[in-house]
Write a protein that binds this ligand. Sequence first.
Ligand code: DC
Length: 235
Amino acid sequence: MSHWQCIQGLQVAIDGPSGSGKGTIAAMLGDELGLPVLDTGLLYRYMGWYVEEHGASLDDENAVLSMLGDAVAVMDWRADGIFVAQGNEKKDCTSLLRSESAGSSASKVAVMPQVRVALLGVQRDIAKLGCVMDGRDIGTVVLPDAQAKFYLTASQRERARRRWSQLKAKGEEVDLDSIAADLKARDARDIDRDCAPLEKAMDAIQIDSTTMSMDDVVDRILNVLERRKLITKNE
Ligand code: DC
């Protein structure tokens, strides 16, 4: 059982660049609070994967847009991942969507405004009953009325190092410099895009985790939620 009682429908928005620790923090918080954790990056990863899986290039915007409706229709996005209808079965695509190449593909579809609009309703619907949701535009666009918003950062080098050690732990042979270069390119695509760029919401609390442990970041967030009376400790 969760250690905390949350107000009904509590929405906690967590945004930040790749490798800022959003995913880990969101998972730890969801666990603490007993709330579903929704990783919106997975949605963009799925869209990129779906398009390539169906033989189209991500550089062909018309082809991407023509596949949007079908891609959303066969997808089941839940706190435990993304499942795709295949006949009577549902295939769990989550782990293949976590690869570096799926991340790169995601950042290409994520710059397309119509893709973002198509995914907006999906994200708002699933968030209605309360959640911890992480992404790039959650506090600014997807859930502007979320009761609590956090913007996580860390230095580019530290973020690359974290990504490198995650991939190494999974047994992937990776080079730190190429991870750092890819991260830089992805940051630029996320920050410079016209539609829903990565930016801190005015009312978000910024936390720089470069020299903090993940436990410390979670404690800091719980502290804010408790002070604002959004959560209370179970006796
Ligand atoms: O967090 P991630 O690495 O899984 O995200 C993959 C890509 O999707 C990344 O380039 C940014 C994009 N993204 C986005 O534009 N908006 C979101 N809410 C989440 C992810």
